[in-house]
Design a protein around this ligand. Structure first.
Ligand SMILES: [Ca+2]
Ligand SMILES: [Ca+2]
Length: 246
């Protein structure tokens, strides 16, 4: 226990928002990305602690072998700290719990097969071969296994990177799965981090035959290329992994 307390003292959590603002680098090896998870508590947490500070919660997550994300709730009293083994993201099923914010520990480098993008500080991999085609949930699992998630296409500029990737590859289908769904609640479309989809391909989403998973139609030249698609259709996909700031 004495060792655990000592670690908590020296190892402050660093929180990285999508704007890449950082807190003081007291523990430069441990960076976290803030995920606005929202109002669902994913139930398969390893442990819950009460009354810890955010930094202490991050410190405990760091100490527990295999944990790489945690959720923190300041609306409860005392505050609640949920430690997860796997990445937690929006769209997973859970019980209603207001005010949860989730943090992911960031990888240091891109895994093999991934390409680093300096603008967004993420690694990308396009699974664009015929044999890569997967159902949406299997595609998400592949990305999580790699250390990230399905592509987060929440800005027009970022979409351009994918467009360029697509035009360099010879692919069998222009539609690729990305990291948004309305599985948790029909019609409520969220990216993995809890942000809403801001623009769609014309006449989408239409929920035809109950479509709950997002895809990009890369044959569309405008940025309005997101459509809702059947989750149980095999498609190409793109993964991204956020990494520690350089
Ligand atoms: Ca739907
Ligand atoms: Ca559709």
């Amino acid at each position: 226990m004495a060792i655990a307390v000592a670690l908590l003292m020296i190892c402050a959590i660093l929180v990285q928002k999508t704007s890449f603002s950082l807190t003081s680098p007291a523990c430069p090896n441990v960076f976290h990305l803030m995920i606005e998870l929202g109002d669902y508590l994913v139930q398969d947490y390893l442990k819950v602690y009460y009354g810890l500070s955010l930094k202490q919660c991050g410190g405990i997550s760091f100490e527990i072998s295999g944990s790489n994300s945690f959720s923190y709730n300041i609306k409860t009293s005392p505050s609640e700290c949920y430690i997860f083994k796997n990445r937690v993201r929006a769209g997973q099923s859970g019980t209603s719990k207001e005010g949860l914010v989730t943090y992911w520990r960031l990888n240091e480098d891109c895994p093999s097969g991934y390409t680093y993008n300096i603008t967004y500080n993420v690694c990308f991999k396009a699974y664009f071969r015929n044999s890569d085609m997967k159902y949406w949930s299997a595609a998400m699992s592949q990305c999580e296994q790699d250390g990230g998630f399905l592509y987060l296409g929440n800005s027009k500029e970022k979409m351009k990177i994918i467009h360029d990737l697509y035009h360099r590859a010879s692919v069998v289908d222009s539609r690729v799965f990305v990291g948004a769904s309305d599985i948790a609640k029909e019609g409520e479309w969220k990216w993995f981090d809890g942000s809403f989809i801001a623009y769609w391909k014309p006449r989408e989403p239409n929920n035809r035959n109950n479509e709950d998973c997002a895809a990009l139609d890369l044959a569309q030249s405008s940025e309005r290329k997101i459509l809702d698609f059947e989750c149980n259709d095999r498609q190409l996909f793109i993964c991204e992994i956020p990494v520690r700031p350089r």
